[in-house]
Design a protein around this ligand. Structure first.
Ligand code: BGC
Length: 597
């Protein structure tokens, strides 16, 4: 019988096989079209990026790990917050998230442990995966796209005929992308479930040791964030979180453990991820834990939106300074430790266009940067808050002592920029201005809006705050270069969001042309900034996988890989293939340049 191809044991339906074979023939024709699409959309000139440029993907512990109560981890602020009804749109939590805690290694382990059956016979799955594993280090698949696509069919055949039981999970997916780095964060409550006065959780240390070792083994540079919005709940309950200066000592103690334990292999440390989002969402709008705000800013039981964000920010800045100080003195260049890494901070960085050509709106655009990003960068680099903040906020803004200032002077080796989008800013000091985001005194009297004369600054996406405006990337990087001259930068996050529409098919999620276009255009703009002299040393796509998008739960998708939230199966999207080709083109050009020299 036509359909009896000898795979009955594989439990395949006849129809499925016929469908696969016809699909294979048909798609040979479409392969060339796909290559063309990818070429046209490749965007940017990767050769413009410096050698040793880090290309990676980014993640964070709460959004990826899951295992919220496994192996001695304590509860953190997001565990508690997400369990309170009404806080997360789809009622979900990060209890399991994308289960990175259990799955980051799986593919390799499967291959190693299961290459042979109990009878000593090689397993057919092993042959399905052998070419992939053997050829990846040679980068052949990336260099010859046609070969890569044909190989894709070989793998697809393995999938369709049921031989692909090896799952590609975490590090395998990164290796397959060809990236050379991975940005992740450590869960503070996994290391110190009860903060400074409790025990260090050995299982947590073990987990990150294994993750870091596995990354290093595969040639992936670990780019590690100490806290990405999460703190042990114990610290929230005992001290009131970042409102207390006592958190400085807590953070110092935690960071010291991390430097001591992982610093021999981790050469890039991010102290805080987006403290500007953390304090505005946590203490102004109250939309993130600890949900504190005044009634005119949100729906909270306690808080003061006009004071607390500045107190929390001040404590974060001082905690930052303390930690950088110990890293520099005890680890970075210390003779005994000689870790020699670098340390910095990551800010959420929106580009702000003036609403009009008026001087007032131009000043408003500057103020908007000062009240958001420079609020943290100015103290760390210049030892003081931005002038506009002092003028408008007066005594609301806490002061730095002489000692603080000494510690703060140029207290960083790099600036991490999370750039996704741009807005307009309109002056509300000299002009009448509708109420709205940014218009209040605490936000600097600069109303921010994505629209001008009914026209949006860029194509809208599944998130109201994210509009596509690639030129914002070049402008943002150039602004940081000019204001903080000479400090190296990393684009620590950049990415495109899709709605997790329950009516969409998996194919629709996988064919993420909009994400490809977004990344191509933003990388193009970034390469222009680099060509004009910006010292940018890396780019991390947000994100490796679809994941828990904070208060939006699983209703949004940012991943280069689709995650089926029922099975947690990961599948590369078109954007993963595109990123792989982009990086391959960069690697090839760099290899040729080195050979020529
Ligand atoms: C955060 C990520 C978040 C992403 C998309 C950044 O602000 O660092 O955790 O998922 O933006 O919203």
């Amino acid at each position: 019988m036509v359909c009896n191809l000898g795979f009955t044991a594989m439990n395949m339906s006849c129809l499925h096989k016929v469908f696969f074979l016809s699909q294979f023939l048909l798609s040979i024709v479409s392969v060339s079209c796909l290559i063309e699409t990818l070429k046209q959309n490749l965007g940017g000139d990767p050769s413009l990026f410096p050698s040793n440029f880090l290309f990676g993907t980014a993640s964070s512990s709460y959004q990826f790990e899951g295992a919220f109560l496994n192996d001695g981890k304590g509860l953190n602020n997001w565990d508690v917050f997400s369990h309170e009804p009404g806080n997360i749109r789809d009622g979900s939590t990060g209890d399991i998230a994308v289960d990175h805690y259990h799955r980051y290694l799986e593919g390799h382990q499967y291959l190693l442990n299961n290459a042979y059956t109990g009878l000593g016979q090689p397993r057919i799955e092993y042959f399905c995966h052998l070419p992939c594993t053997a050829l990846q280090p040679l980068n052949l698949l990336q260099i010859f796209p046609l070969f890569f696509i044909l190989f894709g069919y070989f793998k697809k055949a393995c999938d369709v005929f049921g031989w692909s039981s090896m799952r590609q999970e975490g590090i395998d997916l990164m290796v397959s992308l060809g990236v050379n780095s991975y940005r992740f964060s450590i869960s503070w409550a996994r290391i110190l479930p009860e903060g400074r006065f409790g025990e260090v959780n050995a299982a947590g240390i073990d987990y990150y040791n294994k993750l870091i070792d596995a990354l290093v083994l595969k040639g992936l540079e670990p780019f590690v964030t100490l806290t990405h919005f999460d703190i042990p709940q114990e610290l929230e309950d005992t001290f009131g979180g970042w409102l207390s200066p006592k958190l400085q000592e807590e953070f110092r103690y935690y960071a010291d453990i991390c430097f001591k334990t992982f610093g021999d292999r981790v050469k890039y440390w991010v102290t805080f991820n987006e403290p500007n989002i953390q304090v505005t969402a946590g203490y102004r709008s109250g939309s993130y834990p600890p949900s504190r705000c005044s009634s005119s800013y949100g729906n909270c039981t306690y808080g003061d939106s006009e004071k607390e964000p500045f107190v929390a920010a001040h404590n974060i800045i001082l905690s930052y300074a303390t930690v950088v100080d110990i890293y520099r003195r005890q680890y970075q260049g210390n003779l005994k430790e000689k870790q020699g890494g670098s340390i910095g901070i990551v800010l959420h960085a929106k580009w702000i266009e003036p609403f009009s050509n008026s001087t007032a709106d131009k000043l408003a655009a500057d103020r908007a940067q000062s009240f958001f990003m420079n609020w943290f960068l100015d103290p760390i680099i210049f030892g003081r808050y931005p002038e506009e903040m002092n003028t408008i906020l007066g005594s609301i803004l806490p002061e730095f002592s002489c000692n603080d200032r000494k510690k703060l002077n140029k207290a960083l080796d790099f600036i991490g920029i999370n750039h996704y989008t741009s807005l307009y800013a309109q002056d509300c000091i000299f002009s009448l201005c509708e109420p709205g985001k940014g218009a209040s005194r605490t936000e600097g009297f600069c109303r921010q809006t994505p629209e001008k004369d009914g026209v949006s600054i860029g194509e809208s996406t599944a998130l109201a705050w994210l509009h596509v405006y690639p030129q914002g990337m070049e402008k943002m990087v150039t602004y940081v270069k000019e204001r903080y001259s000479g400090i190296p930068m990393f684009i620590t996050e950049n990415g495109y969001v899709d709605e997790n529409d329950p009516n969409s098919t998996i194919e629709e999620f996988l064919y993420d042309v909009k994400r490809v276009e977004y990344m191509a255009a933003y990388l193009d703009a970034l390469s222009t900034a680099v060509r004009k002299g910006a010292d940018v040393r890396g780019y991390f796509a947000w994100s490796l996988l679809d994941n828990f998008e904070w208060t939006y739960g699983y209703t949004k998708r940012f991943g280069l890989h689709h995650v089926d939230y029922g099975t947690l199966k990961r599948t590369p999207k078109l954007s993963a293939t595109w990123y792989k080709l982009f990086i391959a083109r960069y690697s090839l050009v760099k290899t040729l340049i080195v050979k020529e020299q």
